[in-house]
Design a protein around this ligand. Structure first.
Ligand code: KG4
Ligand code: ZN
Length: 384
């Protein structure tokens, strides 16, 4: 089955052609350079850029796949979650194509797409991917952080999710404070490689919450306070440390392990690298602990997981991969997307998810039903 898929959920305009679970073309037009000026995604600008690029990316996706639009069997589009005004652009285009070419339309959940990004193959059917149900998926991006139990294609249960900020968003906000641009995640990771992750002990919220939910706003605030302290007055942290030891409750609960003051003052870069590394350690520790918690809880409930998908922008982080490998590699087969485009928002993963939906006849034929499809900015994967 040949599907033309569209994703305009955030700041990438993307179209792809898939043949079953094989991606034959996957075109992405990134808007990052425009949003960077404002330090984050500006919805009205995202909408405008999607409108400008949508026809071109579709044309290019067909050209690269060497297909004519008449050869397409179905159209697929991200219906949510995502930015409402951005989703709207892709949905409008997909509806128009389905009606003009009298083909079915498959509305897709964006998180289901991220999950299938790790199960997608290239045009030659590579790589061969082996997995068994039930499996667990850790989806970590700029907008979402969730642990999803997948019983079968189309059968999902969210077993843990962030109650506030997403993991990638937290990297971006901390990195922004350190002048790392947007998106800051990859830059922060690079700088953290040069840092001492044990120099500052930052909080890992929800450790004892007794569930697999997560929270990142406390870590973000603590790191921001630390940055303010250290950058405004590097010596102040020592005063706070002493106040802390005299049991003052109002002080920041950040312990400074390395008390070599001359080193702090002489190297601003080292300070930033150490803050980045300490932040990254705490941020990744939380998803690691929660994944461990989820797996143990499932095992108690006699649900044995053998395959773990890790997908979404943050899954590119090498520190995270190393930690997960160390903790889980013996017990689990860890599946990541295999191609750079598949980590970020892209229509290829939406097309592959659409193929599995089509196998379950999950598509819309009827004209009035196609017209009635609407964006769903908060659509949860377990509401599919
Ligand atoms: O999946 P994605 O491309 O878009 C969304 O659906 O949000 O994820 C983008 C997010 C950004 O927050 C970015 O900073 C983060 O992924 N990211 C990283 C890394 N690469 C991308 N965060 C930490 N380390 C990385 N290497
Ligand atoms: Zn995404």
């Amino acid at each position: 089955m040949k599907i033309l898929a569209i994703d305009t959920s955030c700041d990438e305009t993307s179209a792809a052609v898939v043949q079953d679970d094989r991606i034959t073309s996957n075109i992405l037009s990134s808007q990052i350079q425009f949003h960077r000026e404002w330090g984050g995604v500006v919805p009205s600008l995202a909408k405008r850029k999607h409108q400008e690029m949508i026809d071109l990316v579709i044309e290019l996706a067909l050209k690269r796949a060497k297909k004519k639009i008449e050869e397409i069997d179905a159209f697929a589009v991200t219906k949510g979650p995502g930015l409402a005004v951005a989703l709207e652009v892709g949905i409008k285009k997909a509806k128009q194509l389905a009606l003009d070419y009298k083909k079915p339309l498959i509305p897709i959940n964006h998180m289901e797409g991220h999950l299938y990004s790790a199960l997608s193959k290239n045009s030659k059917g590579k790589p061969e991917i082996k997995y068994n149900f039930p499996l667990l998926a850790l989806l970590i991006s700029g907008g979402h952080t969730e642990l999803v139990l997948m019983f079968d294609h189309g059968k999902y249960q969210i077993i843990g999710r962030t109650l506030d900020d997403a993991l990638g968003e937290c990297f971006d906000k901390v990195g922004r404070m350190l002048d790392m641009g947007y998106p800051a995640g990859p830059v922060l990771e690079k700088i953290a490689e040069k840092g001492d992750e044990n120099r500052f002990i930052l909080p890992i919220p929800m450790q004892k919450s007794g569930d697999a939910n997560m929270s990142y706003s406390g870590l973000k605030t603590a790191t921001m306070k630390l940055i303010n302290e250290m950058i405004k007055n590097p010596l102040n942290i020592y005063a706070k440390k002493f106040a802390n030891s005299s049991k003052s409750k109002t002080v920041l609960k950040i312990q400074q392990r390395n008390t070599n003051q001359s080193r702090n003052q002489s190297s601003n870069f080292q300070l930033i690298a150490d803050i980045s590394a300490s932040f990254q350690k705490a941020a990744i520790e939380q998803v690691l602990l929660k994944t461990k918690y989820a797996l143990e809880k499932l095992e108690k409930d006699k649900i044995i997981i053998k395959d773990l998908i890790i997908a979404g922008g943050v899954s590119q982080n090498k520190y995270l991969r190393k930690k997960f490998r160390k903790v889980f590699a013996k017990k689990l087969n860890i599946l990541y997307p295999r191609n750079k485009k598949l980590f970020t928002d892209n229509a290829g993963m939406i097309g592959v998810a659409a193929y599995y939906n089509a196998l379950r006849r999950n598509f819309i034929y009827d004209k009035s039903n196609i017209i009635n499809i609407d964006r769903d900015p908060n659509w949860r994967i377990d509401e599919i």
